[in-house]
Write a protein that binds this ligand. Structure first.
Ligand code: NDP
Length: 329
């Protein structure tokens, strides 16, 4: 099998040298295992944290071993009850073309109902993150003004569209290029701006003259500070990610205006999507309807070839994707 291994731990920004392609012999299947030929795999920002040797909510990747992550593939051999050759499965052994997967780590998906990559994005972890973060963590309610950063990315583009579908009065997004801003307006965002065009606080105030009630934070840093500044009384912030600091080698400053949270009686709440598994079914049902009706669209940036997975991952950190970044194998 072909696998991508972690060759060294990135210091700051990852480079291609941190990864190595390997060809390995796979062991015979044991009882309870399936052999999966991967079709498509996910690259995600959280993987950057796993490349550091620090304890977190997921263990670090091991050096000189394959990376892993979400993937969808076809069962080519099975020693597990309930899985037959030809079944399509979602599992956690990406970054390789052939994977030995314990059956308890795999779930069947229907490739007639949606394409394989959808289970890594709109119908998968990405979509659940957007839905749970908005509806539960940020306690979204009809009429709210919502701001989301990383808005043209996988999670962010769904957050904005779900907010519109659920009756937000105004949805504002920030992203990293004019093309992304144009795409957000096409997707139904009421306003969008490029955070390179000037201070985020100023651009946000213009886009949301009456303030915001919910901020869905994918970025941290200057964006979080700007959102706190524009927050209305009793505003809620879902702290989903802080990609602006994932490659920093120095500690980043806290939002300088955090004390505003007192007088405005704000709620800032961090979350991990894995803790919201109970919302998956509710979310899937709604998302399937939204996708079928055209209320929600999801974009993908597709990179072809397992050998290009490292550059896809690095590109993701640099904003080369619109919507979900996936790698076809
Ligand atoms: P995206 O598809 O949004 O891709 C990452 C995007 O981040 C890039 O496209 C880029 O877009 C943007 N970006 C990179 N650097 C910066 C920067 N310095 N400032 C602003 N934007 C930047 O990835 P995901 O949708 O998969 O993830 C979005 C966020 O959600 C991440 O922070 C991730 O860690 C988090 N997450 C958290 C989960 C949880 O359980 N808490 C689960 C899943 C994701 P641009 O061109 O706009 O800069």
């Amino acid at each position: 099998a072909h696998e991508i291994h972690l060759a060294s731990r990135p210091q700051g920004w990852p480079t291609e040298d941190n990864f190595r392609a390997e060809v390995v012999d796979l062991p015979e299947l044991a009882d309870g295992q399936i052999l999966v030929r991967n079709i498509v795999m996910s690259v995600d920002p959280y993987m950057r944290g796993r490349m550091n040797d620090v304890k977190s909510y997921v263990p670090p990747f091991q050096l000189d071993a394959p990376l892993d992550g979400g993937a969808v593939g076809e069962v080519v051999e099975s020693k597990a009850e309930g899985f037959a050759v030809g079944d399509a499965v979602l599992h956690g052994k990406g970054w390789r073309d052939l994977a030995v997967v314990p059956a308890k780590g795999a779930s069947k998906v229907d490739l007639d109902a949606a394409k394989a990559s959808a289970y890594l994005s709109a119908l998968g972890m990405t979509g659940t993150t957007a839905y749970a973060g908005l509806t539960d963590v940020a306690s979204f309610k009809e009429g709210d003004v919502v701001f989301v950063s990383g808005a043209a990315g996988a999670v962010g583009s769904l957050v904005g569209q779900i907010a519109k579908a659920l009756g937000a009065s105004r949805v504002i997004g920030s992203a990293g290029s004019p093309a992304k801003v144009a795409r957000l307006l096409e997707l139904g965002f009421d306003a969008a701006f490029d955070y390179h065009d000037g201070p985020v606080a100023e651009q946000l105030r213009k886009a949301a003259p009456d303030g915001i009630d919910v901020y869905f934070d994918n970025v941290g840093g200057e964006h979080l500070e700007a959102a706190i500044g524009s927050m209305n009384k009793y505003g809620r912030i879902a702290m989903c990610g802080a990609i602006a600091q994932y490659n920093s080698t120095e500690p980043t400053p806290a939002p300088r205006n955090l004390a505003l949270a007192i007088g405005k009686e704000l709620t800032l709440k961090g979350f991990i999507v894995g803790s919201y598994a109970h919302l998956t079914e509710e979310f899937r049902t709604k998302m399937t309807q939204w996708l079928d009706s055209g209320a929600i669209e999801f974009d993908e940036t597709v990179v072809d070839g397992l050998e290009n997975a490292p550059s896809a991952f690095i590109g993701l950190m640099k904003g080369e994707n619109t919507g979900k970044m996936v790698v076809t194998i």
